[in-house]
Design a protein around this ligand. Sequence first.
Ligand code: SF4
Length: 79
Amino acid sequence: MAKILKPARMERCTGCGLCELVASRIAKEKHSYSDSFVQIRKTASGQPFFKAVVDYGQKTDYPEVRDVCPENCFDIVEE
Ligand code: SF4
């Protein structure tokens, strides 16, 4: 079974964007919000205020992305 980065506690997310930048640095060797396999989006209304859209068409189980989140929003799990 493959391991994936899973947004597990997005109710804690502040929208800081650190996960997007680390994901693009690891996967694309650049700091880019738009060219990252993690995209943080505002939700339409109510809580949680943000959601994470993860591109599972590529490797995502980087502990660096999980660990950079100051709110501990991510887990790495077996799908
Ligand atoms: S690093 Fe954590 S708090 Fe910051 S945008 Fe990503 S999920 Fe949200």
